[in-house]
Each structure stands twice: as structure tokens, then as C-alpha cells.
Design a protein. Structure first.
Length: 600
């Protein structure tokens, strides 16, 4: 009969081990979860504060513009407040004096009431930096309020030579007149004692933050439950053979758990040598596990990551930082790193662990949000300006045509009139592009083979490429699933990209056009060997009127972005000075806005 005399001592030791491990794991998980939630909260506050500050600066700019045009009519601050506050995420927009009296509000009925009396408004009116607070409205709504001194007459950027901002151009009399026009029912306050408040709706941000908090708490619970389940299995097992089997299973589970983690994991031993990495870390660092494991951190890891690991120790056991790490393929990868120093039961160094999370998508989303906000503001303004310009352009072209017909015997006058007509036509094309940018892009997609669409655009630019000494290479699939696209719009996109690439290679070069099937869609690449794009300009290439060419309008790539976005696709640009530029267009197999529920 088999006996196990050590069972009575093994079980309590396992219980103590389980309890000790949980006592170490629980504070670690709680701390990391708390730090993650705190960081998300700080990011939300910073995002709302920056948005509020941008709205205040935009409103002050509109105020200065109104003051600059007072000579042609009365400028009303109340009207500008009401129009600015129509955005759905703005709860209110108001201006008070340093006693808390509301002198302007997007709700005219609130003018004369009180707001912000609990603040030191005199100190706020004397300063210039934005501040924030959370406010509960009478209907129980939580509002993120941004406030600071209202500076309608102070420009925040450089002005053209000979121009002055607000009161500097109009003088004290114009400033007093402006104040009287904007506060006809109350005693006009001094422009030096005004405070502006912007109330922003926090429901969307709070919902995202609550979801992230639930996700972080859920992950912490899952880790704790997994650890408790593993140790509970150890406690139940008896005997050496059963214990060994249980340990083998737990080790396999841990390996699978580490391999399945959606974040990168790098473990270092006490000597600073890479002991283990998971597939997510290899993908992020563009390295293979055999190349990393067994190498010192200084040699195997990017310099910023190795430097962060060196800072860990008994005095600084945990660190969290955002780093930009160079990878093997030449990119700078933005990462958020959670690092911890691990001690054994005796307090000796047992190694270090680094958790890596890719921030590329977050940065891309932030850039997309900012770009969308800029495009929305510019598009709204552009539509009105373009309509106002087109009418006088038609008159100018008519007069130029008339004078050309009236002077058949004067070649010099004929030449001047012809130049005038050509310049008016060029301006009309620019205005047309401006109107196209300001309106939502409409597309009529129909399934088309990508090869035929690309070949049509290439045939148009081939003579120009030959003339410029550019070698044109086309690599297209023989067949493939048709892609829903608007043929005229896509022809416009491809022509724009191909012409830009040819113009970037003044001394000749190679232009490659290719297409390949990717997940759920097709990717079209236009790559040149031209002069490339500077790093500081790369983030602005889709901004309207941004161009590095002396003859460019700066609207081409903005229109390209809008057309591809209307197709439900994406545009990405990779470039570096002297290394050429590659533009990648991704189009889905299902048209934008469809459910793709049938392919019959």
C-alpha cells in the first residue's frame, strides 16, 4: 500500500506559498491597474483642456476679425458666441467681468446673470493661462469647464508687415465703440477685466474612460483568478508525481498565457540578459526570439528601452514611461512601457520584466482627429469664401474678353487680355478645388478591376514621365476580386499622385506603381525615388494649402484624402529626405457604408 508521509507538511507549505504569491501579485496588479486608469484620466483631461483652449483661441480670432471689419457694419459678439456654441460638444460659451457678471452668453436670456463667483475672477482676469474645473449644471449634467482671461485684441501669432491686431490698429476710440456695440443693455466692462468660460460635454470622454477602467479591472481580475486557480490546483494535488504533473501543466499554461498576451513582454535575468520574449514583443521590435534571447539588454534592445531597464532596482522597483524606439526597419516606434524589478523570497535580485504596448494607432487616431477638426473649420470657411470670389471672377473674365475683342489691331493689348483670361481661369480652377474640399465628397462606387483603373491613369502620365526622364514600372495582378470604387474619382486620385511623384524627380528617377490583395481589401502603392518629404512636414501633407512646391495650391493631397476616405479606405505616406516617397492606398472589398451581407 502506497503512503505519503509528507502530505501533512506539503499541503500547509503550498498554502503558505499560494498566500505569499497572491500577497505579492495583488498589490502589483492593483498598482499597475491604478496607474493605467490614472494615466487615461490625465490624458482625457489634457485632451479636453487642449480642445477648450483651441476653442477659446478660435473665438478670440473671430472676435478680432469682427473688430477689424467694424467699419463695414456693426459686429455683435453675441451672434459670434451663439454660432460658435452650436457645436454639439459645447454646452455653453460665455464671457463675464471680474465680478462674475455675465456680459455675453450663447443663451441671450443668461446675459446679466452670475457665473464663476466662487473663483478668484480678478486673478483669472489678470493672467493668461487656461485653467479647468468640473461643474455640475442644474439638470445634473457634468461639464468640463475651461476658462481664462478673454483677450479679444491680442493676436497670438505673427501678422504681415504693416498690419496690427485689434485695438493696436483701431485705437482707444474704436475699442470703446466695439465694447458699446457688444454690451448695449449692461454697463460695458473694461476689456482688461474679462474672463471667458467654455463648457464642454464630457459624456463621450467619460464613456470611453469608464470602458477602459472596466477593461483594466477585468484584466486584473482575470490575472488574479488565473493565479488563484493555478495555486488552488497545487494545493489539491498530493504526492510527488501528481505535484510534478501539476507544475508541468501550470508551466504550459503560463507559456501560452505569455505567448497570447496582446502586449509585448521582455524578461531579463539578474545579469541583464534577455531571458524570454513573447511573439508580441518580437513583432514590435522587428526581431526574432533567437536573436534576442541570450543577448545582453544593451545589445539586443533599442537604446531607450535598455536605458529604462537600467534604471530599475530596489530603490525604483516600478516605472512607466512613453518611449520612441528605433526599430530594425528604420521606424521610430512609439511605446508605453510598464517595467518592474523582481525580487526573490530573500529580497535578492531575481530579474526585470518589461511590458510593451504599441501607441502607433493611438497617435494615428489623435492625428486624424486633429486633422478632421482642422478640415472641418477650414472647409466651413472655404465654402463661403469660394462663393464670394467666383462672382467677381466671372465679371473680370467678361471684361477681359470684351477688351480682347475691342482691340484686334493691337497685339500687345491682345496678349495682356489673353493673359488676364488665363489667370482668371486658373483662379476659377483653384476656387473649384476649394469648393470641392469644403463639400462632403460623394462617390458612386461600382465593382471594377483595379488593373484597368490603374492602367488608364498610367497611360495618361506616361508621356510626361518619358519627357521628365522617369522610368515607369507597373506591377499589377493579372486578376483579382473587383473593388467597389468611383472610376472618375479614383482616376483623379491616381493622376494626382503620379504627377506629384514625377514632379518630385526633377533629374529623373524611377516611379513604381503596384497593387496587391491585403486583408479585406486591396492596397495600391505609388513609390518614387525623388527628394522625399522632411519629417516636420510629413504630418501636414494632407492639410489644405500646405505645399512645398512654388506652383502648387496645396489642395491636391487634401482632396485625395477626402476621396479615399469617402470610399471607406485609408491613405498612408512613408518618406524621408533623399530617400523617396511611398503612398499606400487601401480600399475595402465592400463599399463604404454597406454591410457586405451578400456577394451573390
Amino acid at each position: 500500500m502506497h503512503t505519503d508521509p509528507d502530505t501533512s507538511t506539503v499541503a500547509p507549505s503550498r498554502l503558505w506559498a499560494a498566500g505569499g504569491f497572491l500577497l505579492i501579485l495583488l498589490p502589483t496588479v492593483v498598482l499597475m491597474t491604478w496607474l493605467d486608469i490614472g494615466r487615461q484620466k490625465d490624458q482625457s483631461i489634457q485632451l479636453l483642456l487642449e480642445k477648450g483652449a483651441a476653442l477659446i483661441r478660435s473665438f478670440e480670432a473671430g472676435t478680432r476679425t469682427g473688430m477689424a471689419h467694424m467699419a463695414s457694419g456693426v459686429f455683435r459678439l453675441q451672434r459670434l458666441l451663439a454660432e460658435t456654441a452650436q457645436q454639439e460638444d459645447i454646452v455653453y460659451l460665455l464671457v463675464t467681468d471680474d465680478q462674475g457678471r455675465i456680459v455675453a452668453h450663447n443663451d441671450p436670456d443668461r446675459v446679466g446673470a452670475r457665473h464663476g463667483e466662487e473663483l478668484d475672477l480678478a486673478a483669472v482676469a489678470a493672467g493668461g493661462a487656461e485653467a479647468w474645473r468640473m461643474v455640475d449644471t442644474t439638470n445634473g449634467r457634468r461639464v468640463f469647464e475651461v476658462y481664462r482671461k478673454f483677450m479679444p485684441g491680442i493676436a497670438t501669432g505673427p501678422l504681415p508687415p504693416g498690419r496690427h491686431s485689434g485695438p493696436m490698429r483701431h485705437g482707444p476710440q474704436m475699442m470703446r465703440r466695439w465694447l458699446e456695440q457688444n454690451w448695449p443693455h449692461v454697463e460695458p466692462p473694461s476689456a482688461e477685466r474679462l474672463v471667458i468660460f467654455v463648457g464642454l460635454d464630457t459624456s463621450a470622454v467619460e464613456a470611453v474612460r469608464a470602458a477602459n477602467t472596466r477593461h483594466a479591472a477585468g484584466m486584473a481580475v482575470i490575472l488574479l483568478v488565473a493565479a488563484a486557480a493555478g495555486f488552488a490546483g497545487l494545493v489539491r494535488l498530493q504526492g510527488y508525481r501528481v505535484t510534478r504533473t501539476s507544475l508541468r501543466r501550470i508551466r504550459a499554461f503560463s507559456d501560452r498565457l505569455v505567448e497570447s498576451l496582446p502586449v509585448g513582454l521582455v524578461a531579463l535575468d539578474p545579469d541583464g540578459v534577455v531571458a524570454a520574449v513573447n511573439p508580441a514583443a518580437c513583432d514590435l521590435l522587428k526581431q526574432t526570439a533567437p536573436h534576442l534571447v541570450g543577448q545582453s539588454a544593451a545589445r539586443a534592445l533599442p537604446t531607450p528601452l535598455a536605458a529604462l531597464a537600467d534604471r530599475l532596482g530596489p530603490q525604483q522597483a516600478r516605472l512607466e514611461a512613453e518611449l520612441s524606439c528605433p526599430t530594425e526597419d528604420g521606424r521610430d516606434l512609439p511605446l508605453v512601457v510598464n517595467a518592474a524589478w523582481i525580487a526573490d523570497a530573500e529580497g535578492a535580485d531575481a530579474g526585470k520584466i518589461l511590458l510593451l504596448k504599441d501607441l502607433s494607432e493611438v497617435r494615428a487616431l489623435e492625428a486624424a482627429v486633429k486633422r478632421s477638426e482642422r478640415l472641418a473649420a477650414i472647409g466651413s470657411l472655404a465654402g463661403g469664401v469660394a462663393h464670394e470670389i467666383r462672382n467677381p471672377l466671372s465679371s473680370l473674365k467678361g471684361f477681359a474678353t470684351y477688351f480682347k475683342q475691342r482691340s484686334p489691331g493691337r497685339p500687345e493689348d491682345q496678349k495682356i487680355a489673353t493673359i488676364m483670361i488665363g489667370e482668371v481661369d486658373r483662379l476659377d480652377r483653384v476656387v473649384g478645388q476649394l469648393l470641392e474640399l469644403s463639400r462632403p465628397v460623394t462617390v458612386s462606387p461600382k465593382p471594377l478591376p483595379v488593373r484597368s483603373v490603374i492602367e488608364g491613369a498610367v497611360a495618361v502620365v506616361r508621356p510626361r514621365a518619358v519627357e521628365a526622364g522617369v522610368q515607369l514600372e507597373v506591377n499589377l495582378p493579372d486578376d483579382g476580386a473587383p473593388v467597389p470604387m468611383d472610376p472618375e474619382r479614383m482616376h483623379q486620385v491616381l493622376l494626382n499622385l503620379l504627377i506629384n511623384a514625377i514632379e518630385a524627380m526633377r533629374g529623373g528617377g524611377k516611379l513604381q506603381v503596384s497593387a496587391k490583395t491585403v486583408e479585406n481589401g486591396i492596397e495600391i502603392r505609388v513609390a518614387d525615388t525623388g527628394r522625399g518629404i522632411a519629417a516636420e512636414d510629413l504630418g501636414h501633407v494632407f492639410d489644405p494649402y500646405f505645399t512645398t512646391k512654388s506652383t502648387g495650391t496645396g489642395l491636391g493631397l487634401a482632396i485625395v484624402h477626402n476621396i479615399i476616405e469617402a470610399h471607406g479606405g485609408t491613405v498612408a505616406i512613408d518618406s524621408r529626405p533623399g530617400g523617396g516617397t511611398t503612398v499606400r492606398l487601401r480600399l475595402p472589398f465592400s463599399p463604404a457604408g454597406s454591410d457586405d451581407d451578400s456577394h451573390a
